[in-house]
Design a protein around this ligand. Sequence first.
Ligand SMILES: Nc1nc2c(c(=O)[nH]1)N[C@H]1C(S)=C(S)[C@@H](COP(=O)(O)OP(=O)(O)OC[C@H]3O[C@@H](n4cnc5c(=O)[nH]c(N)nc54)[C@H](O)[C@@H]3O)O[C@H]1N2
Ligand SMILES: Nc1nc2c(c(=O)[nH]1)N[C@H]1C(S)=C(S)[C@@H](COP(=O)(O)OP(=O)(O)OC[C@H]3O[C@@H](n4cnc5c(=O)[nH]c(N)nc54)[C@H](O)[C@@H]3O)O[C@H]1N2
Ligand code: SF4
Ligand SMILES: [Mo]
Length: 748
Amino acid sequence: MNTQVNQTIKRTCPTCEACCGLLVEVDEEAQRILSVQGDPDDPRSHGYVCAKSQAFRYIHEDPERLRQPVRKTGNGDWEAISWDEAFQTISEKLNVIRAESGKDAIALYVGNPTGHIVDCQLYLAGLMQSLATERFFSAGTVDQHPQQMGSFVLYGEEWKFPIPDVDRTDYFIIMGANPMVSQGSLMSAPDIERRLKAIRERGGKVVVIDPRYTETSALADQHIYIRPGTDAFMLMAFINEMFANNWVTPGHLADSIDGLAELRAAVLNYTADSTASITGVEANTLRRLVSEYCAAPTAAAYGRIGLCTQEYGTLASWLVDVISLLAGKLDVPGGMMFPRPATSAPGPGAPDNSPHWGRWKSRVRGFPETCGELPANLMAEEITAPGDDRVRALITICGNPVLSVPNGKEIREALKTLDFMVALDIYINETSSQADIILPSTTQAEQSNYDMTFTGTSGRNFANYSPQMFTPPPDMRTMGQTLCTITAGLNGITPEQMDDFMFEGTLDNVIAQAERVGRELNKETIKAEYQDQSGWERIIDIMVRNGPYGDAFGENPNGLSLARLREHGVLDLGPMTQQLPELLKTEGKRIRLMHPLITTELERIDRDFAQRQQQHSEHAMLLIGRRHIRDMNSWLHNIKQYVRGKDRCTMMVHSSDARRLGLQDGGNARVSSRVGEAIVPVEVNDGIMPGVVSIPHGFGHLYEDSRQGLANELTPGISCNDIIDHEVLDTASGTSVVNGARVEVYAA
Ligand SMILES: Nc1nc2c(c(=O)[nH]1)N[C@H]1C(S)=C(S)[C@@H](COP(=O)(O)OP(=O)(O)OC[C@H]3O[C@@H](n4cnc5c(=O)[nH]c(N)nc54)[C@H](O)[C@@H]3O)O[C@H]1N2
Ligand SMILES: Nc1nc2c(c(=O)[nH]1)N[C@H]1C(S)=C(S)[C@@H](COP(=O)(O)OP(=O)(O)OC[C@H]3O[C@@H](n4cnc5c(=O)[nH]c(N)nc54)[C@H](O)[C@@H]3O)O[C@H]1N2
Ligand code: SF4
Ligand SMILES: [Mo]
């Protein structure tokens, strides 16, 4: 790397899914970032950035960030150790535990930032394959897992999400998402404010459906209040209205769908009138919504966190997609469409008929795995319940489940009972403090990157490359290098051999994909081309070169490669295009509506519909979450610039409830549930629906063994997950119910 003093480097912001383009001015000699600004030439963000554009710089500079591996000493303190010693200990411990208690005695928890670090993602796949543990947990089951299940059921591919074509839509329904704050999720679209305003400027309409009038509602034409956790009832009625009015017109997918008549029968009892008292959405409001949506030339119906992390997460997420499908608004411009990432296969993949749930079960309550995961909510009991098959060792990777997962307090206690825990994290926080060894990593400034995940969630296809800005200290490692070394240790091979193995595995896959589109690749020739290289870049390069825009290893000389991306930084690859039914991976390329996973959920909601009663206690409230522009889950709270000012960890409540419960704005409330209680400051706000309270997650920096002094001092807050019941799950996906959680609220 040849940066000179005060050089300006183009890179992508690594902090959220929007992936805005940045211009970073660096003093290479002093290894300092001088300024971070939006890149006006970025084809997606055009210079836009939010306050968190500085986050990777502040993290890089944070004196409390770990800069070497540490080991817990007998008295609970930490001592620095060498990487060699750390890896040796990890390898010994894991191998002994595996030999004594079997592969499932080692569990994994993978957190959210993983998605922003490409080498972490790639080499994590190697570790997972080697461990082959059934105890795989991730932040996904507090997040998008219901959408994964829905995508698997409908399209045969769990990571294939329909994304709103915001820039071409005339009618945009946003349910359970607040993109003005989150900056878009499973909808990578920098500067969403401009994009939402543009819909209205071209005569379109934006409708937000949410229990809280949000920052996004403020930009919309219409806000519809909905009682938390009841979206599935409304969406069933939505579909019923469509059938009743003969508005079911699936367009180019009409011949690909099975089970329409059965679906029609399943929604028959759910009408705009019969569901109104449950959802709080008036019958006429719903009827108007359905007719406007169906009549709009193009329309996108989109749901996110508020729709996933609720009682009917899978059903609600599936229903949103089914509405698009039935209306002929799936896979068409202006509707919900599928991106085509540069790393994807050049043609249709092989059908995937393997069952994606129930292949194994959780040990304690027999909860079935879903898409290879067990619910993060059940992590504590999998560790603590006695038995030879209990989890004895845990590896956490960029995750903070003690704050992110319901009943986090219990998880923390469970971690203390492990025989061995290693955390791959840059801080000593609520979770990593329980580890025996913590392995830090290079910061985003010290590593190159390619946004593999978010090129798959962007409303416009793109590919990017972010260069390394500083040479990391000689004894620092990337996440990928660390994971590769741990995996090598489990297999008794060298990290170099493991790296080659990962490359060859991808190459075999690439060759098989190429064969399916009639292209023959020579393994040895390609291997020879990369023989002097190592690490993630050669892996992504062969995927990109083989992918839909690739140079096909020379066959298409103007095509894409990592070398070209290094020159350009980011390249626009055009709008999303129609891909179905060709790219369906379901059996016979059929979209089967009445999938067993769904019929079970339909039976569940029918039972609930027949029996549903209102809550009785006057203190009973439904808890929902919210995000703030300066937070990123739990991990930006040690940055002074982001935590200054008013306390954000408050409980929002409607003034009518506040009066009834004797709560004062600025006073305290006691919020309790079956699993815990907390005292939290009250914020009276009439934007929230009566009967609902909102507390953000990611706070609760109260533990003395954390080393995040600023978070602890300036913004401790409480963890709302300490009062969210981990036993309540979306049954089809094992996802947490952090929205619409039942709590009781009292004045304190
Ligand atoms: N009540 C409630 N709970 C929720 C949610 C909610 O809406 N409400 N949202 C859920 C969602 S959507 C998510 S994604 C999860 C997030 O759940 P997690 O991923 O478990 O939690 P984070 O707070 O994102 O923790 C990220 C961790 O990664 C570390 N880290 C950050 N950058 C790096 C890096 O470059 N290298 C390494 N090695 N470590 C790094 C941080 O120090 C931190 O420990 O929380 C979920 N929990
Ligand atoms: N600033 C910031 N940005 C972030 C994050 C962050 O922590 N801070 N986290 C990132 C992550 S990991 C993710 S996954 C994304 C999430 O991105 P979004 O899904 O946009 O996240 P939220 O802001 O939590 O929006 C959820 C909305 O659902 C509403 N809601 C709650 N319950 C219900 C319900 O039952 N029905 C309906 N219809 N709505 C409901 C809430 O009131 C809230 O407005 O954000 C990402 N971006
Ligand atoms: S919106 Fe997201 S990607 Fe863009 S600057 Fe803010 S944190 Fe970075
Ligand atoms: Mo998330």
